[in-house]
Design a protein. Structure first.
Length: 199
């Protein structure tokens, strides 16, 4: 069975999105500043071009992913990535109500309405022996509070956003400690950090 992982690209002042969903152009510059191409399965998202140092870490991590868990907000914000997530895996969407234009689940999107535990369990089924990645923000917070999370990845970029959304949102029980970093990789315009959740 694979791990349950969350992570995000983060500003130096700790935000994964700026005020009013801003700052993504600054946060994700590292996706286009290198010579190594990583393909995208989304018709709306071009291939990524990252540094060799970043690719050495990121490529095997992406290949180890079997399913994703995201919230309805991100699903809507990205306009469903044009119908397929860039990582080319099934995306489990946790929502209060499934979209009217998606009456049935398919190989691209599965909708779960009964909580984070059910969403992660469904993603585990889809992923098989591979890892499940849970989106940052409310999904990450719920997953951590439910004791489901194994690993956290942070892609730290040299920008200050001054406010916005944090990786774990408003945690209900703090402090939370992690083990590591288990990896520190310096890419171009980004430092990759990996931590294990203390169980």
């Amino acid at each position: 069975m694979g791990k349950i992982i969350t992570g995000a690209t983060m500003s130096l002042d700790g935000y994964i999105a700026g005020p009013d969903e801003s700052g993504f152009d600054l946060l994700f510059q590292w996706y286009g500043n290198g010579d190594v191409e990583l393909p995208s399965a989304s018709p709306d998202v071009p291939p990524f071009h990252i540094s060799a140092a970043s690719a050495e870490l990121i490529k095997p991590e992406w290949e180890s992913i079997g399913a994703l868990v995201v919230g309805r907000h991100l699903y809507d914000l990205t306009n469903t990535w044009g119908g397929r997530h860039p990582l080319d895996v099934t995306t489990v969407v946790l929502t209060h109500r499934r979209p009217d234009d998606r009456p049935e689940d398919d190989e691209n999107f599965v909708f779960v309405t009964d909580g984070i535990e059910a969403a992660v369990a469904r993603a585990r089924q889809l992923a098989g022996d591979k890892n499940v990645v849970v989106n940052g923000g409310q999904m990450a917070r719920q997953c951590l509070e439910a004791g489901l999370l194994d690993e956290v990845g942070v892609e730290l970029v040299p920008v200050l956003l001054g406010g916005g959304k944090t990786l774990f949102g408003e945690l209900g029980a703090v402090p939370v400690q992690f083990e590591g970093p288990t990896a520190v990789v310096e890419g171009t315009g980004v430092t990759h950090l990996r931590y294990q959740v203390k169980k």
